[in-house]
Design a protein around this ligand. Structure first.
Ligand code: ATP
Ligand code: PRP
Ligand code: NIO
Ligand code: MG
Length: 563
């Protein structure tokens, strides 16, 4: 394992060519592709076609999760791959042993020499809200090289965009004021799934992750509580040997914090307003909470459902929180991880408010309530409908595994070769590709909302503010509309100029991408965003592009013969 890691390190060093770092995951190499990309590359090379200039579009056909929007994610990792795309000798040797022995040696010399310096990439900015059929990325370059990129680019964009969209959808249901914590690492599809989930859930609007490696790699805020194991690991109070605690301002020391907690529990039991709600609480749980508070007096948050939330966890938490309060500390709150989260959160809030009033502890009623346990869009929606008092949600399995829809169908299709537009036909009209190298615009209406996205041919004049333009459904003749845009936004920017001499768009830090994503989602018309029967956002082509698609379609489709 160590030798392998060292070898990977050497390979990585050998590969570094650009000023852009390599992909986050060292498994992302030019070999992370399907075999058929190499066999096609060989056949292109053998046929002398490998340097023909090709244009591919990367796009998807349907929004995920029954919604009408998608968040585009994964671009930075794509550019990191492109910037460092170079075969190592070791990889060439492996390829030589994997392709048929009839493949000529000259091909491997060709592979040795290739990189992405002649590849040009235009793309939407990462974190943008995107829609079906629009090219998210356009990749232009020597056909054999771009062909090799198909699988890794799809791999880097598919899950990233899916999980970022899932996160955005969870944020939408939870509401802006809630703290959203991604807790999915243990359930994610392997280490890369876990790291990717943390990065892209943050991008899609989560506030923090429990994944420490992701915190280090991407600067995502880290948050966490503790587990049931910590609570059940305690049997008795006398396990706590170091009982002293400095007051928050350091002015005095409480020599026996354990006794102070027990005094507060008795006070709670005797309280007029709380009397009768609980009797004997679980004392091993109280020992666990006390010990945790001694370890983290400024960050005390307790998981209260190990034995019984109302009869034990809640009063035990409050006893510790009030003892901390006496020393000038403010407890953070509780986490609920089972049972009826709406009911329990409301009960907990009542309990906190009573304490605030009865013991005069200001803001105790606002003590934070975190909820977790198999949460998803539906449960968040159900909690909202019932009414709840949860301030923060910890979400794992459903979020990171994209349980509701495990894949986004992003595809990579040839749209032009040697300046000749190409089309892929299908019985299923939604699968017909849109030919040509294109330009993409978002047209905004009077109210400031995006109205429609439109694709035009590369050399068509762009839509102009205040000028009426016909927007046509790419395949359905009767669906068309005139639009007078109040604002026109060109959507694709050059992220990798190749030899074009264009400026390269900078890759922004994750935090800025997240801000862009949140801002774009906010700017959408609400009916596109609602969960039930959202209105589809219109994606269109110019009249000229429409005519050209259908001309090419007729040209390429064989005429049937009836017998
Ligand atoms: N008020 C509520 N309305 C709708 N769904 C809820 C509500 N409260 C909790 N849930 C959801 O109900 C499900 C309860 O699951 P389950 O029965 O497995 O948990 P539990 O038995 O309470 O907890 P555990 O088995 O983890 O101790 C979870 O998916 C949770 O998110
Ligand atoms: O439920 P998720 O959305 O995946 O969130 C993460 C879960 O992971 C932890 O416990 P774990 O599930 O490991 O054990 P538990 O089911 O017994 O709580 C935590 O207590 C949450 O319940
Ligand atoms: O910090 C937590 O509470 C946490 C982290 C991961 C999974 N479940 C909970
Ligand atoms: Mg669980």
């Amino acid at each position: 394992m160590a030798a392998e890691a060292a070898a990977n390190g050497v390979e990585k060093e050998e590969r570094q060519t650009g000023i852009i770092d390599g992909p986050t995951n060292p498994m992302v190499t030019p070999l992370l592709t399907d075999l058929y990309q190499f066999t096609m590359a060989y056949a292109y090379w053998k046929g002398g076609k490998h340097n023909e200039r090709a244009v591919f579009d990367l796009y998807f056909r349907r929004n995920p999760f029954g919604g009408e929007y998608t968040v585009f994610a994964g671009l930075e990792e794509c550019i990191k791959l492109i910037a460092n795309f170079k075969f190592t000798e070791n990889e060439i040797t492996f390829l030589q042993s994997s392709l048929p022995p009839t493949c000529e040696g000259g091909f491997y010399n060709y592979l040795r020499g290739i990189d992405c310096s002649d590849v040009e990439i235009h793309a939407f900015s990462e974190g943008c809200v995107v829609f079906p059929k629009m090219p998210l990325m356009t990749i232009e370059g020597p056909v054999a090289v771009v062909q090799l990129l198909e699988t890794p680019l799809l791999n880097l964009v598919n899950y990233a965009s899916l999980v970022a969209t899932n996160a955005a959808r969870h944020r939408f249901v939870a509401g802006k004021s809630k703290l959203l914590l991604e807790f999915g690492l243990r359930r994610a599809q392997g280490p890369d799934g876990g790291i990717g989930a943390s990065k892209y859930c943050y991008m899609g609007g989560f506030d923090a992750t429990s994944n420490v490696a992701a915190g280090k790699l991407f600067g995502i805020p880290l948050r966490g509580t503790h587990s049931h194991a910590f609570v059940s690991s305690f049997l008795r109070f006398d396990e706590i040997t170091e009982k002293s605690l400095h007051s928050c301002d350091g002015s005095n020391v409480c020599e026996d914090f354990v006794s102070l907690v027990q005094i507060w529990l008795r006070k709670l039991k005797c309280s007029d307003s709380l009397g009768g709600i609980f009797g004997e609480t679980n004392l091993s749980e109280l020992a666990a909470f006390t010990s945790y508070a001694l370890a983290f007096p400024t960050n005390f948050l307790a998981l209260v459902d190990t034995y019984d939330v109302i009869r034990s966890g809640l009063p035990n938490f409050c006893a510790v929180a009030l003892a901390l309060n006496e020393l000038g500390y403010k407890a953070i709150g509780i986490r609920l991880d089972s049972g009826d989260l709406a009911y329990q959160s409301c009960e907990a809030r009542k309990f906190f408010r009573v304490i605030e009033k009865e013991f005069g502890v200001s803001d105790f009623g606002k003590t934070s309530i975190t909820a977790s346990n198999d949460l998803n869009e539906e449960t968040l929606d159900a909690l909202n409908k019932q009414g709840h008092e949860v301030d923060a949600f910890g979400i794992g399995t459903h979020l990171v595994t994209c349980y509701a829809q495990p894949a986004l169908g992003v595809v990579f299709k040839l749209v032009e070769i040697n300046k000749q537009p190409r089309i892929k036909l299908s019985e299923d009209v939604s699968k017909v590709s849109i030919p040509c190298k294109k330009r993409c615009y978002r047209l905004y209406g009077k109210e400031g909302y995006p109205l429609v996205d439109i694709m035009t041919g590369e050399n068509e004049p762009p839509p102009k503010v205040g000028e009426r333009i016909l927007c046509r459904h790419p395949f359905n003749e009767s669906k068309r509309a005139y639009v007078v845009p109040q604002r026109v936004e060109e959507l694709m920017k050059c992220f990798w100029p190749g030899k074009s001499g264009k400026d390269r768009e900078e890759l922004p830090p994750l935090k800025l991408i997240r801000e862009r994503c949140i801002e774009q989602l906010d700017r959408m018309r609400p009916d596109h965003m609602r969960r039930l029967n959202p209105t589809p956002y219109k994606v269109s082509v110019s009249a000229r592009l429409y005519d050209f698609i259908h001309f090419l379609w007729l040209n390429e489709a064989p005429v049937g013969e009836l017998q």
